[in-house]
Ligand binder design. Structure first.
Ligand SMILES: C[S@@+](CC[C@H](N)C(=O)[O-])C[C@H]1O[C@@H](n2cnc3c(N)ncnc32)[C@H](O)[C@@H]1O
Length: 369
């Protein structure tokens, strides 16, 4: 089975396309080996390596970070395209690191795997004695194996534990989060991270199933969702799609991780170095766009994002909602000021969406229409 995050143009009526994760794009099978089709492989390598030319003093061994190693597709493209570059590949999933290490073994010591969340970018590089890097890429979200392997519990099509963690060794599982949150808090998660308009109904039904001891597997979770909203697919999207996406984003703190990465990059990327980030979700793309255009430490390389060619989109459904943004590192700045600017931008976005300013309190009141 191939997995994808599909664009739903205009679904939310805010002008921009919105993306939701959709699992059922092609026929079923049960892949558990690590097979991930790399999106914008050549474009990412080219974008990151372009910064080496601009860098003020390219070192003997230029250092690149791949913040989302996965199966190692982008890292491999970068290593193959430059004779001396070293790539530090970060991933918080042990299976991904193992698969990538096997694939990249021919590059010897030019590839260095790192077990960490990418929010710890500056710290982990510091621990390795690396004071700066010459380029960085990230390909956000989850890999196909994480969706396809039932043990991660990210799929509503496969029976597995309600886990959803990329790093299955630490943090709270989705089931623990459901048990901890109240009905309203759970509804907020579904509304905010999944754009689920029926969030309140679904949250109530999921919490009821949990209280009655009927919530053990991903299929139980889907059943509770269908009980609340019915089995009808809206626009070809399964009724469980948005809830699963929202829980996964919350469990893995995906937006917080991205915020931290965007703050950490200027601390380690040398002037002239390039940052190239692919996102598949409008909440993420907006953060990247704002950081690259508003922060004084970045200069966007192009105003428009790079999107996969028609051919790539035809071959890889996951590519259909990908957006690659590239920025170059420029002078230093006060990071506190930066964060304030970005937060203001986010408030404006929320206000546009709701026709009024959505504060934390009013988000609580949003949900079922
Ligand atoms: C889309 S896949 C990357 C695929 C890779 N570019 C390739 O071509 O094979 C994303 C990977 O990033 C990892 N990941 C996502 N968020 C992360 C985070 N905050 N910290 C570390 N790893 C993360 C996931 O575990 C997953 O393996």
């Amino acid at each position: 089975m191939k997995s994808a995050q599909l664009a739903l143009p205009g679904l939310l009526g805010v002008g921009d396309d919105e993306w939701v994760f959709s699992e059922d794009v092609e026929g079923e099978d049960s892949i558990v080996s690590f097979q991930h089709e790399t999106v914008l492989r050549g474009e990412v390598a080219e974008a990151v390596l372009a910064g080496l030319v601009d860098a003020t003093a390219t070192s003997e061994f230029p250092r690149i970070v791949d913040a989302t190693l996965g199966g190692g597709g982008h890292t491999e493209a970068i290593l193959a395209a430059h004779p001396t570059v070293r790539v530090y590949g970060i991933d918080r999933d042990a299976n991904a690191r193992a698969a990538a290490s096997e694939r990249l073994a021919p590059f010897g010591e030019r590839f260095i795997p790192i077990a960490a969340p990418f929010s710890r970018l500056a710290e982990v590089l510091g621990e390795l004695g690396v004071s700066y890097i010459d380029g960085i890429c990230a390909d956000l979200g989850v890999s196909s194996p994480q969706l396809d392997d039932a043990r991660y519990g990210m799929s509503f099509r496969r029976e597995g534990p309600i886990d959803m963690r990329m790093d299955t060794t630490s943090g709270e599982t989705a089931l623990e989060m459901i048990e901890r949150l109240g009905d309203d808090e759970l509804a907020n998660v579904l509304f905010h991270y999944g754009d689920e308009r029926r969030s309140r109904r679904i949250a109530r039904s999921v919490k009821k199933a949990s209280a009655e001891g009927e919530l053990r597997t991903t299929l139980d979770l889907r059943r509770a969702i269908v009980r609340a909203v019915g089995p009808v697919r809206v626009g070809g999207v399964d009724p469980a799609t948005r809830t699963f996406q929202a829980l996964r984003i919350a469990v893995n703190r995906e937006l917080d991780e991205l915020d931290a990465l965007l703050v950490a990059i200027p601390q380690v990327l040398r002037p002239g170095g390039r940052a190239a980030i692919i996102s598949f979700h409008s909440l993420e793309d907006r953060k990247i766009k704002q950081a690259f255009s508003l922060r004084e430490s970045f200069e966007g390389v192009s105003r428009k994002p790079i999107i996969p060619s028609d051919d790539e989109q035809a071959l890889n459904v996951r590519a259909r909602s990908a957006k690659l943004r590239v920025a170059a590192r420029v002078g230093a700045e006060d990071e506190a000021e930066v964060v304030a600017k970005v937060e203001t931008g986010h408030d404006r976005y929320l206000a546009r969406r709701g026709g009024k300013k959505l504060t934390r309190t009013t988000v609580t009141e949003a949900g079922d229409e």
